[in-house]
Design a protein around this ligand. Sequence first.
Ligand SMILES: [Zn+2]
Length: 305
Amino acid sequence: MSYQYVKEKLDNNSIVILDGGNGGELEQIGAKMDNDLWAGKCAIDDPDKLFQVHENYIKSGADVITSNTYAITPISMKEYGYEEFTQEWNKKTVSIALKAAASTDREIAVAGSVSTSGSWDKLTINEIKPGFTEQLRILSDAGVDLIILEAMTSKDETVESIIECSSKIDLPIWLSISCAMNNEKRKLMHGYQESVTNSKAQFYDYLENSLIKFSQIHKGPILIAHSDIKVTNDAVKILKRIHKGTVGAYPNNGYFQKPNWKLVDDISPSTYLEEAKLWVSNGAQIVGGCCGVGPEKIKAISVLK
Ligand SMILES: [Zn+2]
């Protein structure tokens, strides 16, 4: 459990394998989904299943597993009346990931997911900063090896403020953002559309404009995440051109319809591997999967190591 192994791989231009989505996989193996916090309560309601998901990703070859803290941000916990449990549940959730990482002889790093899940966009920038700061501190104190800022589906200003809050934390920081294709403008946008065929799109600025801003204030790895597989390779190319640091990708498969992840347009693990080879050939060094991408696909791409 340390970041050293991951750092050495990145320094040696090797490929680092990230896990797949926790929420979608928890649902697949029958864990209870919460109407408000989606898979966020699993450490409390179904800790064995959460351990099993982490373990499955480790067995599939992941070098980095992610704490299932995406949906239990201070903002969402307050929104749904669980405010008093924010620290306890985040700590418990991290402890299950740490236990899974310690249960193998391989070196596994645990990433703490600090996210923008919840009604961040209804709040002012000054109102949201304490929430990011609080979750960063809780996860850091709980012993994660690195942080992934899962600022996916959030607009530029929100991403910039989560980066700003993370600059005060003494851990490696990765940043994930999502993107979608605006067919009218024929341009990739910062924004999201989980499934090109089944879900609505939300666009912000042009992807390249947003990436220029983010890469000026965030030097660590930037990853294209929670985006449709069909747009991911083009997004990686743009990201690699703009960002001087490490680049990565972990797209989703399907779309979210509260409180469930809907699998549509599913592809085979071997097709997922072919896509991942394209991201790697275009400069991605960290590859994994987001919602709807499970252990079989992670196992398929683990040959890229
Ligand atoms: Zn996702």
